[in-house]
Write a protein that binds this ligand. Structure first.
Ligand code: F6P
Length: 362
C-alpha cells in the first residue's frame, strides 16, 4: 500500500520541471490521497534528509509557467561517487546505502526521479538495490531514447528559433555571416529543429561531420544569388570531418560531464580566413535552459507527472514514463540509459532540411 511518495529533480534544469512536480503533487494528494515529500537538490537531499520537506497543494501554487525547479537540482551528486571532504582532500564515497536507508526510515513508498541519462542511470542502480523508483525523462537536448520527446526540448527550440530570427535582420543589414552556437551535447536536435524553424542557411550537427569548403561554397552561392549574408546554426558538439574532435573542456570534478563549447568561434575564425566577409558568433548558452515552458512542454510535463503517479500506484517500479506517438506509456529505465537518441543523418528531418536547400556541411 502506497502512503507516502517523494519527488526529486536531478541533472541540469529544464523548462517544464515545475509542471511535472505540480502535476505529480496534485495527482498524488488529490487523486490518490498520498502524502508527498519534496527532496531538495536531487539525490543530495536523500543523503542529507534535512533537505526533505512535506509538500501540500500550496507548495505548487503558481509554478506551472515557471522555469527551473522549485526543488533545486544538482549534476554533481552521484551518490555512488559522492565527493566528501577528508582532511584537506576531497575523496569520493559510495553513499547509496545511506539513500536506501533514508528512504526506508522516512517511509517513502515510491520515489519519482525526474532527470536525464545521468540521473536515470543513478535511479536505475538504486532501483536494482531495492528503491521503489519511477523515472520521468527530462532534457532540453532531446537525446533520451525510448521517448519521442522530452519536455523542455521545444522550449529550447523556441528560444533558439527566436534568436535566429533576430540574427537574420542584423545579418542582412550588415551583409555578415552570423553563426549561432546552440546546446545539445552530442545530439543535433536543437540545432536541426531551430535551424529549420528559423530559416538557417547552414546547419551543422555532430551526427554529420562538416567540411569548411562546403560551407564556403554555400555562402558564395548565396552571394551569387544576391543574398549577401548567411546564417549558420551550429550544435555545440559539431565537429569538422577528419578532425574527429569536439570542442570539449575537461570535466572539473569526478563524476561530472565535460563541457562543450568553442566550435562557433572556431568556424568564425576559419571563415574569416576563407572569405572576405565579416563574421560574428553568438553563443546562446544557458538562456536555452531558462524561461517559461511552451504550452506543448507544459502539457507533456503535466501528462508525465500524472503518469508517474499511476506507475507508482501500479507498483511499476524501475519504469520511466514516455511519449509514444500521441500516447503516454512507460518503458524500463534499463532500456533508456546508455542508449543516446541521435539525429539520423539519413532521416526525414535532415532530408527536409536538404530539400529546403539548407547546407548540412557534408
Ligand atoms: O544537457 C543539457 C545541457 O544544457 C547541454 O545542452 C549542455 O551541454 C550542458 O547541459 C551544459 O551543462 P552545464 O549547465 O553544466 O554547463
Amino acid at each position: 500500500m502506497i502512503k507516502r511518495i517523494g519527488i526529486l529533480t536531478g541533472g541540469g534544469d529544464c523548462p517544464g520541471l515545475n509542471a511535472v512536480i505540480r502535476a505529480a503533487v496534485k495527482s498524488a494528494i488529490m487523486h490518490y490521497g498520498w502524502e508527498v515529500y519534496g527532496i531538495i537538490d536531487g539525490f543530495d537531499g536523500l543523503i542529507n534528509t534535512e533537505k526533505m520537506f512535506h509538500m501540500d497543494m500550496s507548495s505548487v501554487k503558481g509554478i506551472l509557467p515557471r522555469g527551473g525547479t522549485i526543488l533545486g537540482t544538482s549534476n554533481r551528486g552521484n551518490p555512488f561517487k559522492f565527493p566528501v571532504k577528508e582532511g584537506d582532500e576531497i575523496v569520493t564515497k559510495d553513499l547509496s546505502g545511506e539513500i536506501l536507508k533514508n528512504l526506508l526510515e522516512n517511509q517513502i513508498d515510491g520515489l519519482i526521479v525526474i532527470g536525464g541519462d545521468g540521473t536515470l542511470n543513478i535511479a536505475n542502480q538504486l532501483y536494482k538495490r531495492g528503491a521503489n523508483i519511477v523515472g520521468v525523462p527530462k532534457t532540453i537536448d532531446n537525446d533520451l531514447s525510448m521517448t519521442d520527446y522530452t519536455f523542455g526540448f521545444f522550449t529550447a527550440v523556441n528560444t533558439a528559433s527566436e534568436a535566429i530570427d533576430k540574427l537574420h535582420t542584423t545579418a542582412e543589414s550588415h551583409h555578415r555571416i552570423m553563426i549561432i552556437e546552440v546546446m545539445g551535447r552530442d545530439a543535433g536536435w536543437i540545432a536541426l529543429n531551430s535551424g529549420i524553424a528559423g530559416g538557417a542557411d547552414i546547419i551543422l550537427i555532430p551526427e554529420i561531420p562538416f567540411d569548411l569548403e562546403k560551407i564556403v561554397e554555400k555562402i558564395n552561392l548565396r552571394r551569387e544569388r544576391q543574398s549577401h549574408f548567411s546564417i549558420i546554426v551550429v550544435a555545440e558538439g559539431a565537429f569538422e570531418k577528419d578532425r574527429d574532435k569536439q570542442y570539449i573542456e575537461k570535466a572539473k570534478n569526478e563524476g561530472t560531464l565535460p563541457r562543450y563549447g568553442g566550435i562557433g568561434n572556431y568556424i568564425a575564425s576559419k571563415l574569416t580566413e576563407m572569405t572576405d566577409m565579416d563574421v560574428r558568433t553568438t553563443v546562446l548558452g544557458h538562456v536555452q535552459r531558462g524561461g517559461s515552458p511552451t504550452p506543448f512542454d507544459r502539457i507533456l510535463a503535466s501528462r508525465f507527472g500524472v503518469e508517474a503517479c499511476d506507475l507508482i500506484a501500479q507498483m511499476k517500479f524501475g519504469f520511466m514514463v514516455s511519449l509514444n506517438g500521441k500516447d503516454i506509456t512507460s518503458v524500463p529505465i534499463e532500456k533508456v540509459i546508455n542508449n543516446q537518441k541521435l539525429v539520423d543523418p539519413y532521416g526525414q528531418l535532415v532530408e527536409t532540411a536538404r530539400r529546403l536547400q539548407i547546407e548540412m556541411g557534408d
